[in-house]
Ligand binder design. Structure first.
Ligand SMILES: C[S@@+](CC[C@H](N)C(=O)[O-])C[C@H]1O[C@@H](n2cnc3c(N)ncnc32)[C@H](O)[C@@H]1O
Length: 260
């Protein structure tokens, strides 16, 4: 048995010396993968168990690991827009209460970071409908999602959401656009009664405008939050936070639709 890569596994080759990471979808490799420190035969990768060492033809060692969605978003995703960072994305998915098989609407697709997290949770039985107005972002996001075998779960509609949404009775709606307050009325229409809408904005000015607009809509249980994550050095003798941190990513607003 053992935990070996499959034909379409996304693997991480980790260089212990330089800490450099190579993230590769095996279905895109024909015979071998080239690194600056030599070439690795694909058959050597497929016959090596995760967690063990593979060597290049020059003898350089890489640790073979399964790539995680976090590796993918932080290291492999081609960013043409701001993205939703993993710390926020995980919480957003949890607060929207999405589960395998659900139908979820998001806008816009941006670079596809949030879409990847939704698609991973929704799985083959679920559906993510992503509304995005700019073609170049759609192309890039779908390319990104394909790298992680998640593109088939996402149905993209090129549209300005000012024109509204086609679907009804969806399980969750997530809005990450510059002026979400302009589209909240349209955004809650497709949502099932009682379900949650999530909105992400980077500034407090935008939060105020969203909250003001929410007062006119059938929404209750409104909250605003931000999440802070501080990484620490891992030396057990000198345990302390890293010198720099990403101090702000976004404000998150959640509310539930009522129908009385
Ligand atoms: C910050 S990005 C979204 C990032 C994305 N959530 C991610 O994690 O990669 C905002 C996106 O919303 C799109 N957008 C802005 N206003 C829109 C509108 N009115 N209708 C559709 N898409 C819109 C932009 O083109 C852009 O791609």
């Amino acid at each position: 048995m053992g935990n070996f890569p499959k034909d379409d596994s996304i693997i991480l080759l980790y260089d212990r010396e330089s800490k450099k990471r190579h993230i590769i979808n095996l279905k895109n490799i024909e015979k071998s993968y080239s690194t600056a420190k030599g070439t690795i035969d694909i058959e050597d990768i497929k016959t090596t168990e995760f967690g063990k060492v593979v060597k290049t033809h020059l003898g350089h060692e890489y640790i073979l690991l399964p790539a995680t969605l976090n590796d993918f978003i932080m290291k492999k995703l081609n960013r043409l827009t701001q993205i939703v960072y993993p710390k926020d994305a995980a919480y957003i998915a949890f607060r929207l209460d999405i589960k395998p098989g659900d139908t979820v609407i998001e806008s816009g697709i941006g670079s596809g970071a949030m879409s990847a997290v939704f698609a991973r949770i929704l799985g083959e039985r679920g559906r993510l409908i992503s509304y995005e107005k700019r073609e170049e972002f759609i192309k890039n996001a779908l390319k990104n999602l394909k790298k992680f075998n998640l593109d088939s779960i996402v149905n993209v509609k090129q549209r300005d959401i000012e024109q509204g949404f086609d679907e009804r009775e969806v399980d969750a709606v997530f809005i990450d656009v510059k002026e979400p307050w302009l589209y909240l009325k349209q955004a809650i229409e497709p949502l099932k009664c009682g379900k949650v809408i999530g909105i992400l904005v980077p500034t407090t000015n935008q939060v105020s405008l969203v909250l003001k607009e929410m007062e006119n809509l059938p929404l209750i249980d409104i909250d605003v939050s931000e999440l802070m994550q501080r990484f620490w050095k891992t030396n057990p003798e000198r345990l302390r936070p890293l010198d720099t941190m990403s101090a702000h990513t976004a404000f998150l607003i959640f509310a539930r639709k009522v129908c009385y």
